[in-house]
Write a protein that binds this ligand. Structure first.
Ligand code: PLP
Ligand code: COI
Length: 341
C-alpha cells in the first residue's frame, strides 16, 4: 500500500478513513512474556492460517486521539483510561493484558513519530490512534492463544459523524451484545454483529442503529460505536445504566462536565417507550465526540428531539466544553490532558 504524505491530505475534509502513515508500534507476547515493543514502518501483518483470532475471535482494540493545540503542541486525552479499559477487555477475552505503562509509552512514540500527521488546530481534524491486540497461535480446538501481537496504528481523521448536525437513528430489533456477554469489552465480535443491523438502518434511510438492552428489549443500551445520552425537558442529563454497553471514556468525562454545568447528571435505565422525556439527545464517544440525535424511530413511531436540523443548546455546550478541554483551549481542571509537545 502506498504511504500517505502530509501534502496528500485535505486537513479540512479528512473523513474517517485509513491512511498508511510512516510508523506504527508492534510488540509480541511469546514464551510467557512481552518481547519489548518498537516502531516499525511495516503496515502488514503475517499470520499462520490457523491463528486463534482468525477463527475464534480473540481480538480487542481501543480508540483515542491526539489533538493539535493552538500553540502548535500536541495533547492526548486520558490515554491512561484506554490502557485500563484495554486491560479489562483482555481479561474478559482471556488474553494477555498489555502493560499499562508500556501502552502509554507506545501511544506517545507513535504520535511523535507521525507528528506531521496531527491535523492543524482549527481544522476539526485529529490523529486517531488504534491500539489492538490479537491471538496469533495456530489453534484448531477452541481455546485461548499462548501468543499475541499488540499494535498501534495512527490515521488522521475528521469527525466520524460530520458537524454538529442532528441525525435520525433507527432502534434496531437486533442485538450487538448478549446479556452477560462481551458488551463491556472492546472486542471485534461486537462490531461484526452490528454490521447487519447498521446496514439495515442505513438502507431504511437512517444514520445508524441504536440498540436496546439484550435481555428485555425495553431500555436503551447504546449505538454501535458510541454511548447514548438525553437531556430531559427539565434539563437533566441522563445516560443508560447497563451491563452490556462499553464503558465510554467520553461518557465518564461528560458526566463530570454535565455536573459542573448544573445538569444534575444520572446513569439510569431509560425505557425506549419513554423517550418523550427528552428535549435533546446525542451520541458520545472518541470518534463521535458529541453528535446530536435528531430522532429515534422505534417500531414505526418517530420520536423527535428538539430541532431536527440544529444541535440543541446543551448539546452544543457539552461539545464546546469537551473539545475545548481536549485541544487545550479550556482549563483542564481534572488533569485529563497529557501534553506530548
Ligand atoms: N460504545 C461503543 C460500542 C464504542 O465503540 C465506543 C467507542 O470507543 C464508545 C461507546 C465510546 O467510548 P469512548 O468514549 O471511550 O471512545
Ligand atoms: C471509537 O470511538 O474510538 C470507536 O472505536 C468507535 C468506532 C466505531 C469507530
Amino acid at each position: 500500500m502506498t504511504k500517505t504524505r502530509p501534502e496528500d491530505l485535505d486537513w479540512n475534509n479528512l473523513g474517517f478513513k485509513y491512511h498508511d502513515l510512516p510508523y506504527r508500534w508492534v510488540d509480541e507476547f511469546k514464551d510467557g512474556k512481552w518481547q519489548g515493543g518498537h516502531l516499525t514502518q511495516d503496515s502488514t501483518i503475517t499470520f499462520n492460517e490457523a491463528a486463534e483470532e482468525l477463527h475464534y475471535g480473540q481480538e480487542i482494540f481501543e480508540g483515542l486521539k491526539a489533538y493539535r493545540r493552538k500553540d502548535g503542541g500536541i495533547n492526548l486525552f486520558r490515554p491512561d483510561q484506554n490502557a485500563k479499559r484495554m486491560a479489562n477487555s483482555a481479561k474478559r477475552l482471556l488474553m494477555e493484558p498489555y502493560p499499562e505503562e508500556e501502552f502509554l509509552k507506545a501511544v506517545k512514540e507513535v504520535v511523535l513519530a507521525n507528528q506531521e500527521f496531527v491535523p492543524p488546530y482549527g481544522s476539526g481534524g485529529t490523529l486517531y490512534l488504534r491500539p489492538f491486540m490479537m491471538g496469533t497461535q495456530p489453534i484448531v480446538g477452541v481455546s485461548p492463544s499462548a501468543t499475541y501481537e499488540f499494535r498501534i496504528y495512527a490515521t488522521p481523521v475528521g469527525a466520524y459523524i460530520k458537524g454538529l448536525k442532528p441525525m435520525p437513528y433507527e432502534v434496531s430489533d437486533y442485538d450487538r451484545a448478549a446479556p452477560f456477554g462481551t458488551g463491556q469489552a472492546k472486542t471485534a465480535g461486537n462490531y461484526a454483529s452490528s454490521l447487519m443491523p447498521s446496514l439495515i438502518a442505513k438502507k431504511n434511510g437512517f444514520a445508524d442503529a441504536l440498540y436496546l438492552d439484550p435481555k428485555e428489549h425495553k431500555y436503551i443500551d447504546e449505538f454501535g460505536g458510541a454511548n447514548f445520552y438525553g437531556i430531559t425537558k427539565e434539563g437533566q442529563f441522563q445516560t443508560p445504566k447497563s451491563d452490556s454497553i462499553l464503558p465510554s471514556i467520553t461518557k465518564r468525562s461528560i458526566l463530570k462536565i454535565a455536573k459542573d454545568l448544573g445538569l444534575n447528571p444520572t446513569e439510569t435505565q431509560i425505557p425506549i417507550n419513554d423517550v418523550d422525556r427528552f428535549a435533546e439527545a446525542g451520541a458520545m464517544g472518541t470518534a463521535a465526540v458529541i453528535s446530536p440525535v435528531g430522532s429515534l424511530t422505534y417500531q414505526g413511531k418517530k420520536y423527535v428531539f428538539g430541532s431536527e436540523t440544529e444541535a440543541g443548546p446543551i448539546t452544543q455546550k457539552l461539545y464546546d466544553t469537551l473539545f475545548g478541554i481536549q485541544v487545550g483551549d479550556l482549563d483542564d481542571k481534572y488533569g485529563w490532558t497529557v501534553k506530548l509537545s
